[in-house]
Each structure stands twice: as C-alpha cells, then as structure tokens.
Design a protein around this ligand. Structure first.
Ligand code: ZN
Ligand code: ZN
Length: 130
C-alpha cells in the first residue's frame, strides 16, 4: 500500500510527520502548515471540508521493520572479498548459489522421506496391533 500526501503528492515514509484534520484526510504536517499560513481555518485540500487549525492532530505510527531475507554469509563474503577477477567471482557466486539450492532441495527431500517413514511406521503399528 502506498500512501501519499495530496498536497505535495509525495509518498509517506516512516520519518514523515503527518497531521490530520476532522475530515480524516492526512497530509504532511509541514504541507498543512503552509496551507494554513496565518489563517485559523482553511478548506481541506482534498475534500474542501472545513478545517480548523486547533483541531489538527499529529499522527504517530508504530513502525514495524521489514524483515529482510538475509543473504547467506558465504555469498556476502565472496562479494566483499578482494577477488578482483570478476569472472572468477561470478563463478564462485554461482557455485555457492547452486550448492545452497541443492542443500535446500536435499532438506525438502529429507523432510518428505521422514514423512513417508512416519506413514510407514503408522501402517506397521496398525498391522501389528490387529
Ligand atoms: Zn506533503
Ligand atoms: Zn478532507
């Protein structure tokens, strides 16, 4: 979701100071302030409804950091290493990525096998109990 200020058309980010009047339309605090100038009331820049300066409130958000997928350390190490040969660097990176992919595929396979074994075990137990 992209939320933007209807006065300057810029998107809000977590550092934006945002204010809202009674109509509920949010704007940058500074954008709204420059709309007011010395006036005590204006019309909302978005819906033209009556806006009184003393009724403007600042909004505060609880910001949750985006979870970034961590690049495997080995990839970073290669990237930051002093290897100047770009070709070699690329080959190493490719190799690492292939290995990582393979290992995750192995894990999936292992999980499947474990599941199959569980099912087999249950079947055996059932037969043994009959
Ligand atoms: Zn603005
Ligand atoms: Zn409004």
């Amino acid at each position: 979701m992209k939320i933007f200020c209807a006065i300057c058309l810029e998107e809000y980010d977590q550092h934006s100071n945002i204010s809202v009047g009674k109509c509920g339309h949010p704007f940058h605090t500074s954008c709204l302030e420059s709309c007011f100038g010395d006036a005590i009331f204006i019309n909302c820049p978005q819906c033209r409804s009556f806006m009184v300066k003393t009724q403007i409130v600042r909004l505060y958000f609880n910001v949750k950091e985006d979870v970034k997928v961590q690049e495997p350390k080995v990839v970073q190490t290669i990237d930051n290493s002093s290897i100047v040969d770009e070709n070699l660097k690329r080959q190493l990176l490719n190799f690492c990525q292939e290995t990582l992919k393979l290992s995750s595929e192995c894990q999936t396979l292992l999980d499947e096998q474990t599941l199959n074994l569980e099912i087999l075990k249950k079947r055996f137990e059932k037969v043994l109990n009959e």
